[in-house]
Write a protein that binds this ligand. Structure first.
Ligand code: GDP
Ligand code: MG
Length: 596
């Protein structure tokens, strides 16, 4: 298809505002999917995506659409909506010339609407504003059309009104795409270049790489090269998803489609990388490539120690499809053998954990999530710490922690509550704007560590669920941080160490020591539980000794009862962990680590 007949667009929306439903309707109305093959959320492939109603991996699909007798090809590029996947969102946007800004007509603009809109504007995309769900009795299209119009500087009458559910207005959206979004431009004679915006591992086909061709042309069986690594592959198949894969004779300027090169995992075909012809390579890659960077780390341990090899194989499998997942073996006295894993964010952690438990039948315990700290010593050396147990000993000059720029949208009634929360989380206010009389956008610079703990839940509970949050990487800041250790009878319990702000060390120590005292059974001797910063004890609890041993009540009693008791004890021992000479049931550690 020549570029002038192509339109590449994406849909940006806050979660649940109806992106997948609108996509379904478009597939149906354009005839890309036959009615008998239609099913809800056609593009959301993974089970978890369907169940949670979120899009994790992006997708591309080609749809035919005719305007005044001219046949156009519309490429819809789906983007993951969640903040954890901002980099993938940004790559998907880079493959488009326009974006549909979809807003629920009963909710109005939310934090993710704004965050994704700002990204789309950075990529100079044409924005088509749409109010969705106008069939809902609670829809307030006039009010929210005004809100959107103010935000992007258009007339409220130019905001389309649509129902993805009934199909009302969807044809107008398709016409607008053709009218308003620019056709792609590129140099057909230049050395070929294509940008990778998604890479998916498929059990049957291997890695399927989704690309947008920038210049030149790609054909089957030619040799191609990944520009970030210089590795070359033969192009086994090239084609378009419409939405089932259809092989083609080649893809030219502006076209969106898939490549199959026989690579084994997605790390060899990275989102953001540029593909070129290896006989006649391009000089410059398409700008904007970045290595995925894990932001949140947590230990994952099998509850049953014999599941360790299963966990290792499962992580290897998931990695085939997720270049941003990082892991390495970790040993803990409290939890045994496991892996220290790095994630893009909390949702990513939750998704991986859920997939491990569901698809590989594992029961796992995860340690408190931690961010990446940069510790500078007095002697000038530096340490990158992703695990509190690796916190360096010796004279520390300063500790730097990652910061984010958070955008919070809230009804104006809750502004005070949100400000109080952000201040309590060491936030620094950057600005505040009224989007309308009753809705406010607040911008804060906050430590990522505070967000990772319980910020989102606290925000929801203080605003009756009405506020929404989005955040972006915002460099680092040096802070007053300390490591708090938990000692059981004088021995460190590694899984419970945490890096926290100095002002919060005491409350962390008191709460952990208290939890463990309640959970660890009495021993033959008195067991002190202490929280310490360096050599200074900041909190202490005591587990008192038991007086009688278990067998004493059997003295003189019948022998078979005594044997049973011994056997029971032996079985119980398997699930016991030794910390120094204190015996702790694994359940106590698990209970203490799970948040309350
Ligand atoms: P996404 O998270 O943006 O992909 O949103 P979904 O398409 O999954 O939709 C979220 C919820 O809104 C689902 O329960 C849909 O059935 C519902 N929904 C989507 N579009 C409409 C609409 O136009 N009208 C109504 N009444 N409900 C809709
Ligand atoms: Mg969706």
């Amino acid at each position: 298809t020549p570029p002038e007949l192509l339109r590449n667009f994406c849909i940006i929306a806050h979660i649940d505002h109806g992106k997948s439903t609108l996509a379904d309707r478009m597939l149906q109305i354009t005839g890309a999917v036959q009615p008998r093959n239609m099913r809800a959320q056609y593009l959301d492939r993974m089970d978890i995506e369907r169940e949670r109603g979120i899009t994790i991996k992006s997708q591309a699909v080609r749809m035919p659409w005719e305007v005044d007798g001219t046949p156009y090809a519309l490429n819809m590029i789906d983007t993951p909506g969640h903040v954890d996947f901002t980099y993938e969102v940004s790559r998907s946007l880079a493959a488009c010339e326009g974006a549909l800004l979809l807003v629920d007509a009963s909710q109005g603009i939310e934090a993710q609407t704004l965050a994704n809109l700002y990204l789309a504007m950075e990529h100079d995309l044409t924005i088509i504003p749409i109010l969705n769900k106008i069939d809902l009795p609670s829809a307030q299209p006039e009010k929210y059309a005004e809100e959107i119009a103010n935000l992007i500087g258009v007339d409220p009458d130019d905001v389309l009104r649509v129902s993805g559910k009934t199909g009302e207005g969807v044809e107008d959206v398709l016409d607008r795409i053709v009218e308003q979004i620019d056709a792609p431009v590129g140099d057909a004679d230049a050395p070929s270049r294509a940008m990778i915006f998604d890479s998916v591992y498929d059990t049957y086909r291997g890695v399927v790489t989704y690309v947008r061709v920038v210049d030149g042309r790609f054909s089957p069986r030619e040799k191609v090269e990944m520009m970030s690594t210089g590795t070359a592959y033969e192009l086994q198949e090239i084609g378009v998803s419409s939405p089932e894969p259809v092989p083609s004779e080649g893809l030219g300027v502006g076209e969106v489609g898939y490549l199959i090169t026989g690579v084994k995992d997605v790390r060899q075909s990275k989102v953001g990388d540029t593909v070129t012809n290896s006989r006649r390579p391009a000089e410059q890659s398409v700008p904007g490539y970045a290595e995925p960077k894990p932001m949140v780390f947590s230990g994952l341990f099998p509850i049953d120690g014999s599941d360790y090899p299963v966990l290792r194989d499962a992580l290897d499998k998931l990695k085939l499809n997720d270049a941003s997942l990082a892991y390495e073996p970790e040993t803990s006295t409290a939890l045994g053998f496991g892996f220290r894993c790095g994630f893009l964010g909390l949702l990513h952690l939750e998704i991986i954990r859920e997939r491990l438990e569901r698809e590989f039948d594992l029961s796992l315990i995860s340690t408190a999530p931690s961010v990446v700290y940069r510790v500078v010593m007095e002697d000038g050396t530096e340490h990158t710490v992703t695990n509190p147990s690796e916190y360096p000993e010796g004279k520390i000059k300063e500790v730097h922690e990652p910061m984010v720029r958070g955008t919070i949208l809230t009804p104006s009634d809750f502004v005070g509550a949100v400000m109080e929360l952000c201040q309590g989380k060491r936030g620094q206010m950057l600005g505040m704007d009224y989007l309308s009389e009753d809705r406010v956008e607040l911008r804060y610079r906050l430590p990522l560590a505070e967000i990772v703990f319980d910020f989102f839940d606290a925000l929801k509970s203080r605003t009756k669920g009405y506020a929404s949050l989005d955040y972006q990487d915002d460099g680092e800041a040096s802070s007053d941080l300390v490591k708090v250790d938990i000692l059981l009878h004088g021995d460190h319990v590694d899984a419970f160490s945490a890096i926290v702000h100095k002002d919060k060390a005491y409350s962390y120590g008191v709460s952990m020591a208290g939890k463990l005292r309640a959970l660890i059974p009495r021993q033959q001797f008195e067991v002190p539980i202490q929280a310490a910063v360096g050599s200074r004890i900041i909190a202490r609890e005591t587990i008192r000794a038991i007086r009688k041993d278990v067998l004493s009540k059997c003295y003189g009693g019948d022998i078979s009862r005594k044997r049973k008791l011994l056997e029971k004890q032996k079985a119980g021992k398997k699930r016991m962990k030794m910390v120094g000479n204190v015996e702790v049931p694994q359940e106590a550690f698990i209970a203490a680590l799970s948040s309350d």
